[in-house]
Design a protein around this ligand. Structure first.
Ligand code: ACO
Length: 424
């Protein structure tokens, strides 16, 4: 909806209102009319698309999926329900949810040939490296769902990605510990099946612990989507050229891996373990504040949340619940709580509005469940696949969609004549 304009130079540009949140100035004609580009590295003031999926109010600590607050979804729904909601706009009825869960379960197996890909990796390969490679390789297998102009094929590719990601992730883990791969068991829930494929062994029956299953499902819900973050924007940009959907998700996984993004959960737990005990916290706080030291408190700070990250609130409580239920007394949780307390009373962190983010407590829970730190970002990628495919579908069905092609402020040499090497 347009109801006002903003004057830039001597031209008026339409200002568009969303349903909630900041308005945007539509500058699509700005270059044609002014001969200038806008400059916004890091996209701090740029809306790259129109979306109806996820809304974040960073100042108020609000995160909504299709209007539903994340804490309500985390406490009351399931990951399959949230996946349906993100893909299909509305929460499912009981029948719709059953049908959706059944459809996903029918795609959990990988093409047998794909298992061979794992054997090409070193046993000590990072599981994110394996995941990037194997998900990219899916594009060489499922040719009947890659006509992106067909909504039906797009939905099949989306279901395949959501369904196969737990199998791919569990196989990456099994490969690293030298245990046999387990085929999916579709009598289990999405999350229960993933836990069995990860921690089960063929020699024994695996019984899914309901506490662990619920905690894992909650972690998946909390990571399902997060608006136009770096990896989602990567998926959209890759997809904007009409690229194969599986290859686009592999691009998202590559972006997520970085320590400033999804890789922070691994880095956060490693940091907490390195700190080791609450007495050492001041030393690390001092390092985080020292401009000459590149060290940052991992799991702290966020580009958008400047009050609190609502996902961190849910996980902070879940961390205590899970450790209590499993009877685990991990000093890392005490270190995390004390670090949060000290940092949040320090003017440096208060002034810069740095709060724990989703990655701060998730590692404590994942570690209690039994995952090595290298698997943390893999679990994030598994859950975020839902958001990536929903955002990708939304982009492809948007009539305004164009190939993503940013411009630049060029500061290199101006034109000059080539000099043969013998004369240089
Ligand atoms: N520890 C110490 N100082 C910090 C931290 C931190 N974790 N985060 C930001 N700062 C400081 C910066 O040094 C900077 O200070 P300055 O203004 O004096 O230069 C200021 O706060 C602003 O930081 P920017 O890096 O400019 O903020 P930006 O929005 O670009 O970065 C980011 C956000 C990348 C998340 C950053 O806070 C960070 O590196 N955090 C640690 C990594 C992390 O936890 N990432 C996970 C994010 S959540 C997710 O992806 C799921």
């Amino acid at each position: 909806m347009t109801d006002s304009t903003l004057k830039l130079g001597d031209k008026d540009y339409p200002v568009r209102k969303g349903s909630v949140g900041p308005e945007v100035v539509d500058i699509r004609k700005f270059y044609a009319q002014s001969g200038m580009f806008t400059y916004d590295p890091g996209f701090t003031s740029t809306a790259s698309c129109e979306s109806g999926l996820t809304y974040i109010d960073g100042d108020a600590g609000v995160l909504l999926h299709r209007g539903y607050p994340i804490d309500q979804l985390a406490e009351q729904s399931s990951f399959m329900e949230v996946a349906y909601l993100l893909l299909n706009h509305e929460l499912p009825s009981k029948d719709e949810l059953d049908k959706f869960s059944y459809t996903i379960s029918r795609h959990t197996m990988l093409h047998e040939q794909l298992a061979q890909f794992y054997r090409g990796f070193r046993r000590d390969a990072h599981p994110m490296a394996i995941m990037c490679g194997v998900v990219g390789a899916l594009s060489a297998f499922y040719h009947d769902s890659t006509d992106i102009t067909d909504p039906q094929q797009r939905m099949i590719a989306s279901h395949r990605l959501i369904a196969k990601m737990p199998t791919i992730a569990a196989m990456a883990y099994k490969y690293s510990v030298g245990q046999p791969f387990l085929y999916p068991d579709n009598s289990l829930s999405y999350t229960g099946n993933f836990l069995r494929m990860t921690f089960g062994v063929p020699a024994e029956e695996y019984v899914v612990d309901p506490v662990v299953e619920a905690a894992m499902d909650k972690i998946f819900i909390l990571h399902a989507d997060h608006e136009q973050n770096a990896s989602t924007s990567t998926v959209r940009l890759a997809g904007s050229s009409g690229a194969n959907p599986f290859a686009c998700i592999a691009a998202g996984i590559a972006c997520l891996w970085g320590p400033a993004h999804g890789g922070a959960n691994e880095a956060a737990l490693n940091m907490l373990r390195e700190i080791g005990r609450p007495e050492r916290i001041p030393e690390y706080i001092a390092r985080a504040k020292n401009k000459d030291d590149p060290f940052r408190l991992m799991g702290f700070g966020h580009r958008v949340y400047k009050n609190f990250d609502p996902r961190a609130k849910v996980l902070s409580k879940a961390a205590s619940d899970v450790l209590d239920s499993l009877g685990i007394n991990d000093p890392v949780l005490d270190t995390a709580r004390e670090l949060e307390r000290i940092a949040l009373s320090d003017p440096y962190f208060i002034d810069k509005k740095l709060y724990p983010n989703v990655d701060f407590y998730s590692g404590v829970i994942l570690s209690a469940i039994g995952f090595p730190t290298t698997m943390f970002t893999v679990l994030f990628a598994l859950a975020r696949t839902v958001g990536w495919v929903a955002q990708w579908n939304e982009m492809i069905s948007d009539p305004d969609q164009k190939i993503g092609r940013p411009r630049q402020l060029y500061t290199g040499p101006t034109q000059r004549d080539y000099v043969p090497v013998s004369q240089r």
